[in-house]
Unconditional design. Structure first.
Ligand SMILES: O=P(O)(O)OC[C@H]1O[C@](O)(COP(=O)(O)O)[C@@H](O)[C@@H]1O
Ligand SMILES: [Mg+2]
Ligand SMILES: [Mg+2]
Length: 322
């Protein structure tokens, strides 16, 4: 099995980007170890602090954030970072070539139940003429990403990544400590019978999503004429990994549960990187108004509607909005 660097060179990834990717992955290996030992290392449970999202931070959220932030800011490759756990973007090397947005630990509500969690990252090139602390650095749409990926801390630790030449699967080999390529160019089947949504929010959804989901649930007794199955891991990394592995539609739609916050998932370090991975694997990543990766960001923590996965099923869902 091919190691990471030769696999990336085969995709003509520039050396400095390979070095940056290896830097991020070095932190994920440490996180993978800390996660596996969390009960023993006193890393379960919450801190007393809240992040800018108003969420109580888990101890592992904070530890993972520090590990990734420190290694990136010391690397010299990064002009600035943005993280779910940092209120603002953090300036790095004034000559750094790249910007990294990351969710240090996705699926935090799964930590205490020893279920699937992960780290999500998105890399853009820095805008040369802008200073490291200029928030405009991050006002770049998802289709300008040069790399996106997640590391899934599950029974095995897996890396799923794209640099624009398809989406590939890697596994962390604990014997030699590196990520090995296990599958190149994964493809999301265009059709599916599996959907993922938090059904408990149903009464707060807009009518088109209510109708779409009702027809899925009606199955062979309804207009779709076939039965659909439902899955919800409550960690985007886990739900998207299933979609990339066997197809499916994943959605976190708009809802009016809290009118000030109609969306849940964050554009820069959840929706954009997952969109790049899914679309590089032949799937589709949309809001009800258009492609996620065409959105011009205006805030590093902005939230968006997410409807992504198997192409034909996403288009079917969107047809309810017309
Ligand atoms: O609590 P819900 O509605 O099930 O939401 C689950 C969603 O929230 C998230 O956990 C949010 O991410 P964080 O855990 O990084 O805050 C997603 O991974 C997941 O898809
Ligand atoms: Mg998250
Ligand atoms: Mg998180």
């Amino acid at each position: 099995m091919q190691r990471l660097a030769p696999a990336l060179r085969e995709d003509d990834v520039p050396l400095d980007l390979i070095s940056l990717i290896k830097t991020i992955l070095a932190a994920t290996k440490e996180i993978s170890f800390r996660v596996s030992q969390a009960q023993l290392g006193g890393l379960m449970g919450s801190t007393l602090d809240e992040n800018i999202q108003g969420e109580v931070q888990k101890k592992l959220d904070v530890v993972s954030n520090e590990l990734i932030k420190d290694i990136l800011l010391e690397s010299g490759f990064v002009r600035a970072i943005s993280s779910e756990e940092e209120d603002t973007s953090v300036a790095g090397d004034p000559n750094g070539k790249f910007l990294v947005s990351f969710d240090p630990l996705d699926g935090s509500s799964n930590i205490d139940i020893n279920s699937l969690i992960g780290t999500i990252f998105s890399i853009h090139e820095a805008i040369p003429e802008l200073a490291a602390d200029d928030p405009k650095q991050f006002q770049q749409p998802g289709h300008k990403q040069v790399c996106a990926g997640y590391v899934l801390y599950g029974p095995s630790t897996m890396l799923v990544m794209t640099t624009g030449k398809g989406t590939h699967f890697y596994v962390l080999d604990r014997t030699h400590g590196g990520y090995l390529l296990v599958e190149r160019n994964v493809q999301v089947p265009a059709d599916t019978r599996e959907f993922a949504i938090n059904m408990s929010n149903q009464r707060f959804w807009q009518a088109p999503m209510q109708n779409y989901i009702n027809d899925l649930v009606a199955g062979s007794d309804g207009p779709r004429g076939v039965n659909f199955n439902m899955r919800w891991i409550a960690a985007m990394v886990g739900d998207i990994h299933r979609v990339l592995t066997r197809g499916g539609i994943f959605t976190y739609p708009a809802d009016n549960k809290n009118p000030e916050k109609p969306y849940k998932l964050r554009l820069m370090y959840e929706a954009n990187p997952m969109s790049y991975l899914v679309e590089q694997a032949g799937g589709l990543a949309m809001t009800s108004e258009g492609p996620i990766m065409d959105i011009e960001p205006n805030d590093i923590h902005q939230r968006v509607e997410v409807i992504m996965g198997s192409k034909n099923e996403v288009e079917k869902c969107l047809s309810y909005y017309n």
